[in-house]
Design a protein. Sequence first.
Length: 248
Amino acid sequence: MTMLSVNMNVAALLRNRRDHAWPDVVELGRIALEAGAGGLTVHPRPDERHTRPSDVRDLRRLIKTDFPECELNVEGFPDARFLSLVEDVQADQVTLVPDAPDQPTSDHGWDFVAERERLTKIVTDLKKNGHRVALFADPDAHHMKGAAETGADRVELYTGPYGGAYHTTTAQERELDRLVEAITEAERHGLVVNAGHDLTVIGTAQLIARAPSVAEVSIGHALFCDALTYGMAETVRRYFMSCVVNDV
């Protein structure tokens, strides 16, 4: 089944609004893993507006000590500071995204033509050090060959357009078709597929029903919104069940 990785950025962002010790990012990560998540995702941006390097290290310690079967996925723009951090924490998976430092959230994938040489070198170095490497990619089948040529293990398909089409059935179906086409092409080129951004319980279930080979979904914003209603543990269980292949 598809693995659920809970993105902890929203919890850290809420904590940072008052700079208190709550919500406790590590304890919420513990609840998520106990409730069925297979891993945790963090995106430590340069301005530290949500997860900070200290959070990344604390979550790595949590997983290593109490949940050794689970994974830490660290995503971000591959500058020197980021690459040093992922080496320091021995991230299980490193997801490279083309975000500018002041970008509110990830909203586009890599230009694999323009960035091929740089990405290939970074991917090679990360894999030599034992990391699985994923590249953030637009849901476009034409981009998958270029992603594969970098030597990456996986792509994480940007599901923002799909998630944002929740109010229009026709638009949502069109975006879902685009995702399925991209997944098929990625796998044809030997890439494993992750997905993430604005996925809801229903949206995740519909995606997995159409593309059960998706290896991992990384979900943060919608999950933490739902947690306000259902509580953290129950929400993670709901998303976990949406990763099980069903007829939707």
